[in-house]
Design a protein around this ligand. Structure first.
Ligand code: IMP
Ligand code: MG
Length: 183
């Protein structure tokens, strides 16, 4: 059955099948690189929850999972500052940390998050993102594992939201212009 939110979508960028392929690719790269280790998968809520759920099930190695909620300070000069709304419950000292993100746009959030986690003296910190939007980059940050890239457009679905909606779409797509102008 057609999704009732589908009417708000201008075009689908990644179908469920292609997303599954991306998850599988990233999952096997991680399983290869972390063979014999037990990385801590740090899921940055809320957007990454859907990706993380599929990703950890594609791993063929031991791993642990923890969650974090961070928010960027908006409307201040303190660019690069993040607020930890909900911190990890795991001590990451000496651990191999993999930050799981939905999408990297400006990179500002991740730049600060990586710095913050590194201060806790983990053995390593790598970044794994489902999607990369290189055109939006402001901070110097590159992901170590990338599912796919997107252009300079606002996308929703598979965990990604617009005003908290559309996270439950099984695909990644671009919203219709009319959705923004009506709200
Ligand atoms: P950044 O700090 O600009 O790299 O972006 C941080 C967060 O903004 C991402 O983790 C997403 O949650 C959100 N975001 C960035 N681009 C998009 C988009 O196109 N659609 C939905 N959320 C986005
Ligand atoms: Mg996010």
């Amino acid at each position: 059955m057609k999704h009732e939110l589908q009417q708000d979508i201008q075009k689908v960028i990644y179908s469920p099948r292609r997303i599954a392929g991306m998850v599988k690719k990233v999952g096997s790269e991680l399983s290869h690189d972390y063979a014999g280790k037990c990385p801590l998968m740090v899921v940055v809520l809320k957007g990454s929850a859907v990706f993380a759920a599929d990703l950890i099930r594609s791993l063929t190695i031991d791993c642990e999972v923890d969650f974090m909620v961070v928010s960027s300070y908006v409307g201040t000069q303190s660019v690069g500052q993040i607020q930890v709304v909900q911190d990890l419950r795991t001590d990451i000292a000496g651990r191999d940390v993999v930050i799981v993100e939905d999408i990297i746009d400006s990179g500002v959030t991740l730049f600060s998050l990586k710095k913050l986690l590194k201060e806790r003296e983990p053995n390593s910190v790598k970044i794994c993102t489902l999607l990369d939007k290189p055109s939006g980059r402001k901070a110097e940050i590159t992901a170590d594992y990338v599912g796919g890239t997107v252009g300079n457009e606002f996308i929703v679905g598979y965990g990604l939201d617009y005003n908290e909606k559309y996270r439950n779409l099984p695909f990644v797509g671009v919203l219709k212009e009319s959705v923004y102008s009506h709200k």
